[in-house]
Design a protein around this ligand. Structure first.
Ligand code: AMP
Length: 540
């Protein structure tokens, strides 16, 4: 027997409809590329998103067509998202930090018909124009700001001004494709994850929940994580869904710019990868600043160093939420969880739980399996392959790339290695390709990095495997020192002594001015391995 309730398709256009209806005056603040601050609200963004829909239709864009964007976080970027998604087109976010060759490959693979982009990316777009089959280019600018270009590009403001605000939204199946995002692609070609309206809507509902973002209409949220990194970790949907004020930082992601917006706009929630927060914390320490309004910071995308956690919680009184996820799971897979009986415990007791990647949100299931394919037991300390399935988890990649990716029970192998604690929370030990295998035993590069990151003179660190005749592989630790006097190798060795198993002690250390970061702000180990092989990492 079927239930007798209404069929109300979960499509993302309804998120902005409701935000405009009930939170129409709530602000969306954008720091633009020129540094100026622009203010609009949900009512205006809704009307202008409708104009984008009309303008896209005017170009012949229909349901299922791909519309690419190459833009920083901003209100106009958000309008173009909802404008495309509302008419059933597929919004494809492109990462401007990718190499032009990779960008061209992705644009062609996705078959983007329109490309909407920020003025600052004109040189990048012009560099790939000969190689891509985009039909229409739209520059996010008004007539006065329009740069000269060789693309016959359309001026965004003129384009939408000519369209009405009454293009209907929705009316399609909730399982229709909604957004497309390519994974970092550290091995092989990048692969497209094709989100549906249903998966994005349900995932946003999961994300605003108390134990994840804890987001409501009295909050002000600043997605520092870019909209091109897995939908700004759901915040481009979760913010309007909650009716929260939004602050969009544009390209200015340095400590000073971020701190200014956090305080001037009274931001209560923000989210980004750890490397970004290192910049903010350094800036605040150097200038003796505080965070009077910020209540919660969500950190994920790579392992959370204890130093960052302690700084936010102890020095600035800001609660840290630590999340694990990946583009393939929309992206939030799990969030750190403090057991009920430790709710009011001092930080030192809570710390191991906060540093762990935690438990899945409702809608997602996780398991860890050993080499024989058997689930590992909670609290056993055994590490194995982390697998995931759920309502917002990929079932296959766009265009069938990579073939079948699920096992018969729908489990998707994340490529991460994890152990389960007694409460069932996951502790990520490594990416399977980053783990260091010494004498057949695993050394966790994450644990090594976190141990050395507690040293006050270490700004960033990366552990990679180097070939070793006797042991197969041994760890090499690459250190980016803080400004000022660098620690010596002897100091680092004695600092690590006792903090890690003795056989984990790196054979070699290298110092670099800046550890290379990938397109989403994570340490680029592929590049570091290449640098090592090419003799570019000089010994100290
Ligand atoms: P991406 O799809 O580019 O966001 O990359 C996803 C990968 O980032 C995951 O498979 C993990 O290896 C890594 N990752 C994400 N969150 C965390 C976390 N909290 N701790 C450690 N690694 C993480």
């Amino acid at each position: 027997m079927l239930g007798l309730m209404q069929d109300w398709p979960l499509t993302v256009d309804k998120i902005l409809d409701r935000a405009a209806r009930y939170f129409g005056d709530t602000e969306i603040v954008t720091r633009r590329t020129d540094g100026s601050v622009h203010r609009t609200n949900y009512a205006q963004v809704h009307a202008r998103a409708k104009q984008v829909s009309g303008a896209l239709k005017g170009l012949g864009i229909a349901a299922g067509d791909r519309v690419g964007t190459l833009a920083w976080n901003g209100a106009r970027h958000m309008e173009s998202w909802y404008g495309a998604m509302g008419i059933g087109a597929v919004l494809h976010t492109l990462n401007p930090r990718l190499h032009p060759d990779q960008l061209a490959w992705i644009i062609n693979h996705a078959q983007d018909r329109v490309l909407i982009f920020d003025t600052s990316f004109l040189p990048l777009v012009e560099a790939v124009r000969e190689r891509v089959s985009v039909e229409h280019y739209v520059i996010i600018a008004d007539a006065a700001e329009m740069p000269e270009n060789q693309l016959d590009a359309i001026c965004y403001e003129d384009w939408i001004a000519a369209a009405g605000v009454d293009t209907p939204w929705g009316g399609f199946d909730e399982n229709s494709a909604c957004g497309l995002c390519y994974t970092s692609g550290t091995t092989g070609n990048p692969k497209g994850v094709l989100y549906s309206h249903r998966s994005n809507t349900i995932h946003a509902m999961m994300a605003i929940s108390k134990d994840c973002f804890d987001l409501g209409s009295h909050d002000t949220v600043m997605p520092v994580v870019p909209m091109f990194h897995a939908n700004a970790w759901a915040l481009a949907f979760a913010g309007p869904m909650a009716g929260a004020k939004m602050v969009m930082p544009g390209p200015g992601l340095d400590g000073r710019s971020i701190h200014e917006l956090l305080t001037d706009e009274r931001v209560t929630l923000t989210a980004a990868v750890p490397t970004l927060w290192m910049g903010l914390l350094e800036y605040m320490r150097a200038n003796d600043l505080a965070l009077p309004w910020l209540k919660r910071v969500c950190i994920g995308g790579s392992a959370l160093p204890e130093r960052i956690l302690r700084a936010f919680e102890e020095d600035y009184g800001v609660e840290v939420g630590h999340a694990w996820g990946m583009t393939e799971c929309s992206p939030i897979g799990s969030v750190s969880h403090v057991p009920r009986d430790l709710a009011d415990a001092p930080l030192d007791e809570v710390l191991p739980h906060k540093l762990a990647q935690g438990i899945p949100l409702f809608g997602t299931e996780l398991r860890v399996i050993d080499k024989a394919g058997e689930p590992v037991a909670r609290g056993s300390g055994d590490s194995g392959n982390l697998q995931i399935r759920g309502v917002a988890v990929v079932s296959s990649y766009f265009g069938g790339e990579g073939g079948e990716i699920l096992d018969t029970d729908n489990w998707f192998d994340t490529g991460d290695l994890a152990a389960l604690d007694a409460e069932g929370a996951i502790h990520l030990t490594d990416r399977s390709k980053d783990v260091i295998k010494s004498g057949g035993e695993w050394i966790s590069s994450i644990d090594l990095e976190n141990a050395v990151l507690s040293h006050p003179l270490v700004s960033n660190a990366a552990a990679i495997a180097i070939p070793n005749e006797k042991w197969g592989e041994r760890p090499l630790l690459i250190i980016q020192p803080e400004a000022g006097p660098a620690p010596t190798e002897e100091e680092l060795r004695s600092f690590l002594d006792g903090r890690i198993a003795s056989w984990w002690m790196p054979d070699e250390f290298r110092f670099v001015e800046a550890i290379p970061l990938g397109a989403t702000g994570k340490v680029n180990k592929l590049k570091l391995r290449e640098m090592y092989a090419d003799g570019e990492l000089a010994a100290i």
